[in-house]
Write a protein that binds this ligand. Structure first.
Ligand code: KG4
Ligand code: ZN
Length: 338
């Protein structure tokens, strides 16, 4: 490898995956992810356990990324880390590790916004979306419509005012006794169900904002009512329930996305975050390609959920603009995109 190459080590530790990746000239060489299965027993991410697992995982994950890329520490040009948004204790592990490594090696530090990185995952593989585009970022922690003007110039134009859509998927999955995280399980069950069988009341929101707590509550009361009449209601109707709930959530997402596309006259549409793995959402977006003339961009599966590859991609663009931070930097759990 020549000396003029830009080699960046990136670390992600915002929630329950400890991840490290190496970018060379903006090409992601690897993306090592250690998933924390400990949370499954608790029905949700337990912040204290996440921090402890990050501490155990971070050294092996970073070493594996370097070894796999055949890169020595002294060949690196910068160390990048997720500064936020995320869980404070979890973010502190990656932030402190990155700061210590940069200090020891005398390298520049690059802070990355996790939500911006989810969007920049679209630049890992070809073809890249052209600017300006809209990105629907949907995860366990966020639901946002973002107007993306350039790699590092983004504006949130709509977002949830309560639960994230991934949270809604997970909470409903719990009500259907599917365990945690249940989004993907609802997706699988929905394949064989009738999406028009049940309907649920939802909260209407102004402009481009979302609310998912209302529909969650309406599913809860509907199930309680039905279980009084038939204790086996969930078991017997599992696939239709999954399909109907998924369709309702996907329709809510799409309604505001269509509104945003019209408002800003943008037809290049991307999705990002864990829920972008949802097949109902992907199918709806494919239909929009034909009916609305949209150009749809969906990242490769490994870059949809939390990973350091996307952090490395964002860090590459920041390196090109020499956007470095000093050792005084700390984690920022509520970091904003714009
Ligand atoms: O982006 P992500 O990996 O982590 C966060 O930053 O939150 O997203 C995780 C979320 C979880 O709520 C999970 O249930 C949901 O993404 N998810 C899905 C699917 N796969 C993951 N939701 C619906 N359908 C899926 N296929
Ligand atoms: Zn995420």
């Amino acid at each position: 490898m020549s000396n003029s190459e830009i080699k960046i080590l990136a670390i992600e530790s915002s929630c329950d995956e400890t991840s490290a990746a190496i970018a060379v000239n903006g090409k992601i060489l690897n993306n090592i992810i250690a998933t924390q299965s400990v949370h499954e027993n608790y029905g949700g991410v337990v912040p204290e356990l996440a921090s402890r697992a990050h501490l155990l995982n971070i050294v092996p994950v970073v070493n594996q990324a370097l070894t796999k890329a055949s890169i020595q520490r002294n060949e690196l040009n910068a160390i990048a880390f997720t500064r936020g948004p995320g869980l404070l204790g979890a973010l502190l592990v990656g932030t402190s590790f990155a700061k210590a490594m940069a200090l020891a090696l005398g390298l520049p530090l690059i802070e990355v916004n996790h939500m911006q990185a989810h969007i920049l995952a679209h630049f890992i593989d070809n073809p890249h979306p052209k600017f300006p585009f809209l990105c629907l970022t949907v995860s366990g922690g966020h639901t946002q419509i973002v107007r993306v003007k350039d790699h590092l110039e983004m504006e949130v134009v709509g977002q949830t005012q309560d639960d994230a859509v991934g949270e809604a998927f997970d909470k409903v999955a719990k009500m259907l006794n599917l365990g945690y995280p249940g989004g993907a399980k609802i997706d699988r069950l929905a394949e064989n169900g009738d999406p028009n069988r049940f309907s649920f009341a939802k909260t209407e929101m102004p402009d481009l904002d979302y609310s998912f707590s209302g529909i969650k509550t309406s599913v809860l009361y509907f199930l309680k009512d039905q279980l009084k009449k038939d204790p086996n209601f969930i078991q017997v109707n599992q696939t239709d329930l999954a399909a109907s709930i998924q369709a309702a959530l996907v329709n809510m997402l799409m309604e505001k996305l269509v509104k945003a596309a019209k408002k800003f006259n943008i037809k290049t549409i991307a999705i990002a975050g864990g829920v972008s793995a949802n097949s109902g959402l992907r199918k709806k977006l494919k239909e929009m390609e034909k009916s609305h003339g949209w150009e749809i961009h969906i990242p490769e599966f490994q870059y949809c959920t939390d990973n350091a590859g996307m952090i490395a991609m964002a860090a590459h663009y920041k390196y090109l603009k020499k956007q470095f931070v000093g050792q005084q930097v700390s984690a920022l759990p509520r970091m904003k995109i714009d």
